[in-house]
Write a protein of this length. Structure first.
Length: 144
């Protein structure tokens, strides 16, 4: 079932105001692995995450691409959005343009320099794209 455009727009709007999130993936034994992350939304309302290729979350998603991300603000018990979906992992060197876009959009990083490319390559960064399949909005956001 397609995700309603209003839900995708809510994800984009929420992530235009914050980049805080908790990513939840599945360990090999089925238990949940949670990781605090800095995320952004792409133009379609999917959630994008950059991380190192050796991170446990990447290994979990390579084995089982199902994931949930809880988008939060810095206000404890404030509004939140939960996004469930299937993750796609983009690895270097193909991921370099997507990683540049991620860091530019997230915090305005100058991604045009050789130093930036060298650092991202040395850190073996990947881009995780969580394809939005289901959105749950905090009650306060549903009332808007």
């Amino acid at each position: 079932m397609p995700v309603p455009q209003a839900d995708l727009d809510a994800v984009k709007q929420f992530l235009s105001e914050t980049n805080r999130a908790i990513l939840m993936t599945f360990r090999r034994d089925g238990r949940i692995q949670s990781s605090p992350m800095s995320v952004i939304a792409d133009d379609e309302g999917n959630v994008l995450i950059a991380t190192g290729s050796k991170a446990v979350k990447v290994k979990n998603l390579a084995r089982d691409p199902r994931a949930t991300v809880s988008l939060i603000t810095d206000k404890f018990l404030g509004p939140w959005v939960q996004v469930e979906g299937t993750a796609e992992i983009q690895r270097l060197p193909q991921a370099l343009p997507a990683l540049a876009d991620f860091y530019q959009r997230r915090n305005g990083t100058d991604t045009s320099t050789a130093e930036w490319r060298e650092r991202v390559t040395a850190e073996d960064r990947v881009l995780i794209k969580l394809k939005t399949e289901r959105v749950t909005l905090a009650p306060v956001l549903r009332q808007r």
